[in-house]
Write a protein that binds this ligand. Sequence first.
Ligand code: SF4
Ligand code: SF4
Ligand code: FES
Length: 451
Amino acid sequence: MSYKPDLNKSVNLTIDGVPVTVPEGTRILEAAKKANVKIPTLCEHPDLCKRAVCRICVVECDGRGKLIAACANDVWEGVSIVTNNLRLFDTRKTILELILANHPQDCLTCVRNKKCELQELAAEYGIRESSFGRNDSGGKPVIESDTIVRNMDKCVKCGRCVEACQEEQTIRAINTSHRSHEYGISAPYNQTLLESGCVFCGRCAAVCPVGAIYEHDRTAEIWAGLNDKERLVIAQVSAGLDCALNKELALGCETAGTVTAGKIVTALKLLGFDKVYDGEVSAGISDSELSEELQKRISTGGLLPMITGGSEGVYQFVKNFYPDLADRLATGRNQRRVFAEVIKREYAASEKADISGIMTVSFVPGIAGKYGADGKTDIAITAVELARMISLAGMDINGLSESPFDTVKIDLPKGDSGAKKEMVCGFAQARKALEAVRKGENTSQWVEIKV
Ligand code: SF4
Ligand code: SF4
Ligand code: FES
């Protein structure tokens, strides 16, 4: 019989001599937090399952010699836990030194410099040099589909990305491979991410504690555009960017004194953008185009439900996993592309601007919005990249006043907004909805997948 903790039952224990009472089933890590004790972690992530891979979080229990992982073990009645003594300090330091022996240690030029969990731990444990020397494999970063960069030389093999991709996103584009010193993370048969069925959701990058997986940074091209006086550079701000930026800047979301869309508009104007539009404009155009397509399908007896998604990855997902439903995918254009086309047409007509000289930049919350949205002069960048631009400009965005979005007059195609629509969030939910479509059990006219 599997162990099921009784959450109504209390467990009494001590952490470094401090008495603590927590519900049964609480992990040592969480019980320690209650006692205001911070146990260092590396493979642990609050959104993922217990893994106990790195062993940085080891603690002593009941004065016995055995060290156990605080992130993977629950407390029990009467246990006395020690989180900090010389033996534990030396053990953790040795583990860190072993990890660093297989790490390039090029923090100065790393994309995660000052935001890296390994760097933080090395600083905390006062590591100035590794007793194990350094094994430099000389691997190079690989840019995948202009969206994600993988630099496996920096991987600390924590397994977070694999779990996020396999269990949370249900995509299984990456996995662990080999054993012993060759153990690592890769796509099957060393394929590219695209070949392995990746849908570029960016979840692996979001959970990676170091600079091994990250967004392909295109801010240099934007700076070049902004510094070109002949060039019109136009921005659109997608919904959710303010929240993502607050997270990146470690500010609370949706509370007083945090970054709002209005402050982002001011910041972008100060950075040199000629116009800043609300992403709702292109979302509105895209929605109207889709409603028009749905109406046509309904009136001509076309395939229903129509399947849509806010990012290119959703289209990839359906083609990879439900190829039999691919002809239900809407033919509508990518929202970011819609924006680029409409804005260029508008400016070319009203200001006689040279279309080829217009650069459009879509600011999206995360990597999922980048995939398939980029072109030569049309770029999509994430909140992480925007935070870098703001920091480079030496701007305190939170202290800025708010400005309104620029406005643009658009004639929307007329679609019926009263469709029977089902909205699902995430790939796991999408699978349930698409299985129902497959079995003919889904009676909606439109299934929209949000990721
Ligand atoms: S981007 Fe998403 S689908 Fe691709 S490897 Fe990462 S988690 Fe998996
Ligand atoms: S790529 Fe990042 S998240 Fe994945 S195992 Fe390596 S360090 Fe962990
Ligand atoms: S944080 Fe507990 S084993 Fe990695």
